[in-house]
Design a protein around this ligand. Structure first.
Ligand code: FAD
Length: 457
C-alpha cells in the first residue's frame, strides 16, 4: 500500500527523516494541507503565506524530479489527511513532529485514526529529552543550553532515499494559484525579492554565511552589516534541518561556531517553552504583570500606528519597522529595540506587537516570537525585568546603526555623522519631512517605571 508523507513546516527532501522512512515503505504520496484557520489567532499570516507559496512551488518541482507529485489540499488538516488516506487506500502517514499546540492536537487526532509515524527533525533535540536535575522541564535558557550542549552533536543528517516511487494515477489536487497566497496590498513586500524560498535557497544562505561565522559574535549586533545568517525563514519552514546547520557550522569553525549555535538553540528553547506553556503567546509568563496598566484608546492607537509605519521620530526604531514591512525580516538587535520601544516607551501591550510581527515576518514562529516578546517585555518566565528599559538612541550609536538608518529612512539619507541617531536634537528635522519624536525618552522612561510600580503594588 502507498504511504502518505504529510508535510508541514518541514519543506525539504534532505535530512528529512519522514521522507526517508516513507520512501523505504512504499509508493509515496506527498501532501501539503493548507489549513487556513488552524492556530486560530496564529493561523498563517500574510508574509508567511508569500513564503509558503514560493517554497511549495520549488518543493513540488524537486519532487517532480523524483517522480512524485505533490498533492495540495485545503481545509481542516486532520480531516483532509484522513480523507486522503481513504482515497489512496492506506492507513500509514509519516510526518515530522511539530511543537505548536495546534499541531500537537492534530497529531493526537491522526494517531487515533490512522497509523501515524512521527519522526524528529525540526529541532536539534526533542525539547522534552532535556531535563533539570530534578527531572523537570527547563524554564530558563542558559541551563537549557548547557543541557543541550551535553546532548550534542545532533544526529548526522539522514541520507536521501536511494530510490523512491510514486503511485499510479493521480489524486485530486488544488493548484497553488487556487490558494491566493501572494499579498495584494500595494506598498507591501516591495523588498521580498531578497529572498529565495525553498531548499536550494536555504543551502545557498548557509553557504554564504559559513565564511562569516567566526565574526558572528561581533558582527551579529551591527545592523549596518550583514553579519547574521538570515536563515530564520528557511529554518521556520524547515527547508534546512537544524542538524544540518549544526554540522556544517561545527565543521567550518569548531569551537568558534558556538555563539552562532547558541542562537540556533534559542529556537529549540522556544519549542520547549510552548510545549510547557502552550498559551505563552497570549499569557504573561508571570501573573504579576497581568495588572500592568497598558495604554489603550485613541492615543495609544495613534502611537501604535506610528510604530507600525516607522514614523515614531526615533530613527533606529523607524528604520527597523520599515525594513520589516518591506522585506518581511528585521535584524535581531533592531527587533529588540523596536519591541522594547513599543512596550516601554509607548506602554502598549506586548501582545499587540507580537500580532504585528506575526503578520509581517516571513520567519514568524509561534514559539520564537512569544519567547522573544516576553523576554523583551520582562513579563516572561525568565529573569529579565520589566524595569530594564532600552535607550534607543544610545543603542543606535553603540551598534553603529547610521548606514542602516540611511538605507531604510530616505528622509534622513543625507544626514551625516552622528546626527543620524538623533536628528531632532541636531536641529535637522523639519525640512526633511521626518517626524519629531512622539514621546521624549525621559518622559517615556518615567511613565514605564511608574507602570511597573503600579503593577507590583
Ligand atoms: P542568526 O543570528 O543568523 O541566527 C541563526 C538562527 O538562530 C536564526 O535563523 C533563528 O532560527 C535562530 N535564532 C537566532 N536568534 C534567536 C532568538 N533570539 N530566538 C529564537 N531563535 C533565534 N525569530 C524567529 O525565527 N521567528 C520569530 O517570530 C521571531 N520573533 C522575534 C521577536 C522579537 C521581539 C525578537 C527580539 C526576536 C525575534 N526572533 C524571531 C529572533 C531573532 O530576531 C531572529 O531569529 C533572527 O533575527 C533571524 O535572523 P538570522 O536568521 O539572520 O539570525
Amino acid at each position: 500500500a502507498p504511504v502518505i508523507l504529510w508535510l508541514r513546516q518541514d519543506l525539504r527532501l534532505s535530512d528529512q527523516p519522514a521522507y526517508a522512512a516513507a520512501a523505504a515503505h512504499g509508493p509515496v504520496i506527498p501532501v501539503y494541507v493548507h489549513d487556513e484557520t488552524i492556530g486560530g489567532p496564529w493561523a498563517m499570516a500574510g508574509a508567511q503565506k508569500w513564503w509558503l507559496h514560493h517554497s511549495l512551488n520549488t518543493l513540488s518541482e524537486d519532487l517532480e524530479h523524483k517522480g512524485l507529485r505533490l498533492v495540495l489540499r485545503r481545509g481542516d488538516a486532520a480531516r483532509e489527511i484522513i480523507r486522503l488516506a481513504q482515497e489512496a487506500g492506506t492507513r500509514t502517514v509519516h510526518a515530522l513532529h511539530h511543537y505548536e499546540p495546534w499541531w500537537q492536537d492534530v497529531e493526537r487526532v491522526l494517531a487515533s485514526k490512522l497509523d501515524l509515524v512521527l519522526h524528529e527533525g525540526t529541532r536539534l533535540t526533542p525539547p522534552d529529552h532535556l531535563r533539570t536535575g530534578a527531572g523537570g522541564r527547563f524554564r530558563m535558557f542558559t541551563p537549557y543550553w548547557k543541557a543541550l550542549l551535553r546532548d550534542m552533536p545532533p544526529p548526522l543528517p539522514v541520507s536521501a532515499p536511494a530510490a523512491v516511487t510514486g503511485i499510479e494515477g493521480a489524486l485530486a489536487s488544488d493548484t497553488l494559484a487556487d490558494w491566493n497566497l501572494l499579498p495584494t496590498k500595494p506598498d507591501w513586500a516591495t523588498g521580498f525579492d531578497i529572498w529565495t524560498p525553498g531548499e536550494a535557497g536555504a543551502k545557498a544562505a548557509l553557504k554564504r554565511f559559513l565564511p562569516e561565522i567566526e565574526d558572528y559574535d561581533e558582527a551579529r549586533n551591527l545592523p549596518s552589516r550583514e553579519g547574521t545568517s538570515r536563515l530564520s525563514p528557511h529554518l521556520h519552514f524547515g527547508e534546512i534541518s537544524p542538524a544540518t546547520v549544526w554540522h556544517h557550522c561545527a565543521k567550518a569553525a569548531r569551537t568558534k561556531a558556538e555563539p552562532f549555535l547558541r542562537q540556533i538553540a534559542w529556537r529549540d528553547f522556544g519549542a520547549n517553552v510552548i510545549e510547557v506553556l502552550p498559551d505563552y503567546g497570549r499569557r504573561n509568563g508571570r501573573e504579576a504583570f497581568d495588572d500592568l496598566p497598558w495604554r489603550s484608546g485613541a492615543d495609544a492607537d495613534r502611537d501604535f500606528e506610528a510604530w507600525t509605519k516607522g514614523m515614531t521620530g526615533y530613527p533606529i526604531v523607524d528604520a527597523g519597522m520599515r525594513e520589516l514591512w518591506a522585506t518581511g525580516w528585521m535584524h535581531n538587535r533592531v527587533r529588540m529595540i523596536t519591541a522594547s520601544f513599543l512596550i516601554k516607551h509607548l506602554l502598549i501591550d506586548w501582545r499587540r506587537g507580537e500580532r504585528w510581527f506575526w503578520d509581517t515576518l516571513v520567519d514568524a514562529d509561534y514559539g520564537s516570537n512569544a519567547v522573544n516578546w516576553q523576554w523583551v517585555a520582562g513579563t516572561g518566565i525568565d529573569a529579565n525585568m520589566f524595569s530594564r528599559i532600552m535607550a534607543p538612541l544610545v543603542q543606535s550609536e553603540k551598534f553603529d546603526a547610521g548606514d542602516y538608518i540611511r538605507s531604510w529612512v530616505p528622509e534622513l539619507k543625507h544626514v551625516q555623522g552622528d546626527a543620524i541617531h538623533d536628528p531632532e536634537e541636531a536641529g535637522l528635522l523639519k525640512p526633511k519631512g521626518y517626524p519629531a519624536k512622539i514621546i521624549g525618552h525621559r518622559e517615556a522612561r518615567e511613565r514605564a517605571l511608574a507602570a511597573a510600580r503600579e503593577a507590583r503594588a
